[in-house]
Design a protein. Structure first.
Length: 353
């Protein structure tokens, strides 16, 4: 029977693949529209205003902490936030994010990269959340995050969320040098942006390469990997003990390449069992995930079954952080999310007890 651990120790130990009393759990996009309290906050403030005002970002982050019983808090913000000071004003409307697309060398050359100063409100939000968490008994660990250079570049090229990503394809095939110039700029922004969050009090940082899975292995090696590696290696150098989490969606075909990344945790979707991913990566990474998010719209019985299978499927081996394979959706429920957390905790404690 492992002794009960503090919330911070449990999360950090899981990231380092050390023995825990039970695997920690949090939910990707845990503060969001499925919560009535979040919808009420959105009545008072636009999404971007919540991101820009530290006291509102704090309020959103703490909703998940207070309502769900999760084991880690995550900064409430968005991966697209750094694009605005770069010169691409991001707007959010009913259809999701929109920004002016950049598709040529001149547009890329115009983008600013010295933008950390204009993102000071993100550091302020992290510091405020950190302080608030620390005022409570057994403070939760806090995750900071950024989009990966490739995923940010994809949004910049497409001008928002698109289905076929043909503008990106055109860059890959017709203008690879321009794409590399854009990726270089994104990496130049992302590294100090992550460092700023860590210096403000984040305990770990997650890089979201949400669109990385669109690429073949050789494309990912050329267009995503070197830039993500540059960010990770830079973080390792400046913050050697801070866990780095890498997330990708629909990227099971890239698992072998992820096994070369200088990070601690691979956050994965539901397409492959965690035990298989662990084998493919030589047990050298902690794994975060990987319940299919649609389950969160089903009965609590179904949710319980899915999360129990996930925890037991990983088994009594160090290095599991229970989560979804992608973000929780607006049609999920708080009751379902609570059940997810409770069953994950109980199953994990029974497994490790
Ligand atoms: O987990 C959390 O609670 C932290 C907050 C968080 C948000 N976005 C809040 C958000 C995090 C970690 C993100 C990351 C993010 N944002 C990603 C990577 C993870 C993933 O889902 O793949 C991506 C690709 C984005 C870009 C983005 N932001 C899109 C495509 C959208 C529109 C789709 C949608 O869900 O509305 C957003 C908006 C967004 N980001 C919302 C929230 C709560 C909804 C905004 C609203 O209130 O209307």
């Amino acid at each position: 029977m492992s002794a009960a651990m503090s919330n911070k120790d449990r999360f950090l130990a899981a990231c380092r693949r050390e023995v825990v009393d039970r695997p920690p759990i949090w939910i990707m996009r845990q503060a969001g529209r499925y919560m009535s309290s979040y919808r009420a906050l959105r009545e008072r403030a636009h999404f971007l205003e919540i991101c820009r005002r530290p006291e509102l970002s704090l309020e959103a982050t703490m909703m998940a902490v207070d309502q769900l019983g999760i084991d880690a808090a995550i900064l409430f913000s968005d991966i697209l936030v750094p694009l605005t000071p770069m010169g691409l004003e991001v707007a959010f409307d009913e259809g999701g994010p929109r920004l002016p697309p950049v598709r040529d060398r001149a547009g890329i050359d115009r983008l600013a990269t010295d933008v950390t100063g204009e993102l000071g409100y993100v550091a302020d939000a992290v510091a405020l959340i950190r302080k608030t968490l620390d005022q409570r008994p057994d403070p939760l660990p806090l995750l900071g995050f950024s989009g990966s250079p490739f995923t940010l570049a994809t949004y910049a090229i497409e001008g928002g969320t698109t289905k076929n990503k043909h503008a990106l394809r055109k860059m890959i095939w017709d203008h690879p040098d321009a794409l590399h110039a854009l990726l270089d700029k994104m990496a130049t922004v992302v590294l100090p942006y992550c460092r700023m969050q860590l210096d403000a009090g984040a305990d770990a940082v997650q890089l979201f390469d949400t669109w990385g899975g669109l690429l073949t292995e050789s494309e990912w090696r050329e267009f995503s990997m070197p830039y993500t590696q540059r960010v990770m290696s830079g973080l390792r150098a400046s913050h050697p003990h801070v866990p780095i989490v890498h997330y990708a969606l629909e990227a099971a075909h890239l698992t072998n390449v992820f096994a070369e990344l200088p990070c601690d945790v691979l956050s994965v979707d539901h397409k492959e069992p965690l035990s298989l991913i662990r084998d493919k990566t030589g047990g050298r990474y902690a794994l975060q995930g990987n319940v299919e998010p649609g389950v969160m719209t089903c009965s609590t019985t179904a949710i319980a079954k899915a999360v129990e299978a996930c925890v037991r499927g990983y088994g009594r081996t160090p290095g599991h952080i229970v989560n979804l394979g992608h973000g929780i959706t607006p049609d999920a429920s708080v009751a379902g999310a609570r059940a997810f957390v409770e069953v994950a905790k109980a199953t994990g404690a029974a497994l490790w007890g």
